[in-house]
Ligand binder design. Sequence first.
Ligand code: ARG
Ligand code: MN
Ligand code: MN
Ligand code: MN
Length: 309
Amino acid sequence: KQVSLVGVPTDVGAGHRGASMGPEAIRVAGITQTLEQLGLTVRDCGNLNGPPNPWLPPQAGYRHLEQVIAWNQLAHDALYAELSEGRFPIMLGGDHCLGVGSISAVSRYCREQGRKLRVLWLDAHTDFNTADLTPSGNIHGMPVACLFGHGPRELVEMAGQVPALQADMLRQIGIRSVDDGEKTFIHQAGIEVFDMRFIDEHGMRHTMEQALHGLDENTHLHVSFDVDFLDPDIAPGVGTTVRGGPNYREAQLCMEMIADTECMASLDIVELNPALDVRNQTAEVALDLVRSLFGQSTLVRPRHKIGAG
Ligand code: ARG
Ligand code: MN
Ligand code: MN
Ligand code: MN
């Protein structure tokens, strides 16, 4: 299997500068070597080249809308091209506004191929704001709403079909920060959210069994991994930390259970902010988790049967 790394070095959707350095920090931590050690063939496509961050206040509820559209269109085109060539794309963000470009490409590809789509959104946040609901104007808080058809036309229509995603295709995991209006809106949309309370009560194992239920051989599983999903104790290098996230062991189990499905076919790693990190430790933790996502396990063991059947 060929894996493609697509760097998307921007922070135009965020409220802190620095996520634009994320792709290089993950390369420095050794993503290519890590994946090669697991037997994968890695093709580093380098970085996309989009507009600079003008660092302006929001206008009409959106900060940097024009630049966010430009970067997402670039990401969409690059990721769609990799998928079409039969490769497994890993998008190295960049802030989470890029989820629109990435997941709209996956949505387009699955529609054309007649494949079912399941998106796992690993995040402290639901990212379901709109211009009317947002407390910040930062578009990295809005990609899920855009994929569901709520947002600026250029983002909403990127998949060539509106909405790009429906509630039955999405599971959100690790959620612990939702804005007031966003809370009502996400409930109305009928999205299945496994928040930290659910994980506390049921454990990560049962949470993942639920989130992965119903996958089959024809399902394309996309993982959108916002690094702020992790507890800030182990992952300080993100712009919007929220305490009380999954610890190292819980996060490892989450990734191992995803790998066991053998359905994962595309991945985003977003919101890593090296300007806020400590000696690149967050990038290194993210790579530990990527290793598990791609099937590294301590022992020879049968895979945990989930999803299928
Ligand atoms: N809900 C907040 C907002 O909309 C924070 C969003 C954080 N999103 C992220 N991808 N880190 O501003
Ligand atoms: Mn996010
Ligand atoms: Mn987040
Ligand atoms: Mn169970």
